[in-house]
Design a protein around this ligand. Structure first.
Ligand code: NAD
Ligand code: DAU
Length: 339
């Protein structure tokens, strides 16, 4: 079995590479990644020592490169993680989100058709469903919830999902789609809530909480997401969408306080800043379908996962310190200085 993992130098893709090399030692894994600001080859140091793993630098929207790679490697399965993934960046500059997330997906699917890939799996997000009200804890996203997006990021991911479903219906491409809730864990880029708050707290910098910190996210430990995708590509039904989430809803301020508590830092570091434009209120996944059809459930509960995550950032300071000492500083200044 040969699997193409796109975006494997990013947060979830790299965790998936390690998960698959460990779980299926006889599989060949090829990672295609453009190494944008979010991609980091150092993250794949361990995988690069494994003869069953190969890294290729390239853009998923580069047709020539993608078609050449598919012709040469004859992939059985494609798992597309590659994306521009940060909502705040999509509000600043939507263009690259459309190119990578929509046209990149189209390019990969065109190549998958031409070279008869047995399964094309699209890694999507719960953000395609928009948001839920804060005062209706009885409501959850199911696979039937209408697509209703808020940010350029979520609109680009939803566009890609529709295109993936169109390629299945029109061309018979054997696809599956997964829509997961917020992930956390090792190798999470420090522009996102949890790693940003850990890094700032460790550096005794202010922790910028948007609005009143009452927005709710449904957090899942990254390895549980990887396990779900592994199950879907092997046992999922072609043409289907699977929601992934572990019923773990928390307000942002709860998360920030928890991180401060684990690090023994003062809550005086919290600063409330101007809210994100169009800020989604609440995400909450109903994972009944993947539980019933594939027997998936999460292994890591939040109280353990957040301790593991904080410890990982403590033990791997060089990984994130190198990131935040580079061009990230310009990003941080632009995003947070006038908030
Ligand atoms: P990330 O930003 O950490 O990593 C994205 C990776 O894609 C990087 O390695 C980057 O270099 C690569 N990439 C970007 N543009 C590319 C291009 N044009 N060609 C090739 N590679 C390119 O993202 P992540 O958080 O790991 O998310 C991975 C996927 O999972 C995305 O599709 C995202 O929409 C989805 N997702 C993320 C979450 C989450 O909580 N982070 C939850 C659900 C779904
Ligand atoms: O739900 C899945 C999605 O989760 C993925 O599709 C996205 O790729 C991923 O980035 C994530 O999107 P969010 O916007 O939910 O994640 P983020 O970490 O950016 O923000 C989480 C919450 O924390 C959100 O309500 C905004 C808030 N926040 C974020 C940052 C960066 C703050 O209060 N302060 C901050 O500085």
């Amino acid at each position: 079995m040969k699997i193409l993992v796109t975006g494997g130098a990013g947060f979830i893709g790299s965790n998936f590479v390690y998960y698959m090399l460990d779980k299926h030692p006889n599989y060949d894994i090829v990672c295609l990644d453009a190494l944008t600001y979010a991609g980091n080859l150092k993250t794949l140091d361990g995988a690069l020592k494994n003869p069953k793993f190969k890294f290729v630098k390239g853009d998923i929207a580069d047709r020539e490169l993608v078609f050449d790679l598919f012709e040469k490697e004859e992939f059985d399965i494609v798992v597309n993680f590659a994306a521009e993934s940060h909502v705040d960046r999509s509000i600043e500059d939507p263009g690259i989100f459309l190119k990578t997330n929509i046209l990149g997906t189209q390019t990969l699917m065109d190549a998958s058709r031409k070279y008869n890939v047995k399964r094309y799996h699209q890694v999507s997000t719960d953000e395609v469903y928009g948001d839920l009200p804060l005062d209706r804890p009885d409501l959850f996203f199911t696979e039937e919830t209408p697509i209703h997006t808020s940010s350029p990021y979520s609109a680009s991911k939803a566009s890609a999902d529709l295109l993936v479903q169109a390629y299945h219906r029109t061309f018979g491409l054997p696809i599956t789609i997964s829509r997961c809730s917020n992930n956390y864990g090792p190798y999470h880029f420090p522009e996102k809530l949890i790693p940003l708050m850990i890094a700032n707290a460790l550096n005794n910098k202010k922790l910028p909480v948007y609005g009143e910190g009452l927005n709710v996210r449904d957090w899942l430990y990254v390895e549980d997401h990887c396990k779900a995708i592994d199950m879907i590509i092997h046992d999922g039904k072609v043409g289907e969408v699977y929601n992934i989430g572990g019923h773990n809803e928390k307000t942002n301020i709860y998360i920030v306080r928890k991180i401060l508590e684990l690090l023994g830092k003062s809550e005086d570091l919290i600063t409330y800043v101007t809210d994100r434009k169009g800020h989604d209120l609440r995400y909450a996944i109903d994972p009944t379908k993947i539980k019933n059809d594939l027997g998936w459930e999460p292994d890591t509960m939040f109280d353990d996962g957040i301790v593991k995550t904080v410890n990982w950032y403590l033990e791997n300071k060089s990984w994130w310190e190198e990131i935040i000492s580079g061009e990230y500083q310009d990003y941080y200044e632009k995003m947070y200085s006038n908030r």
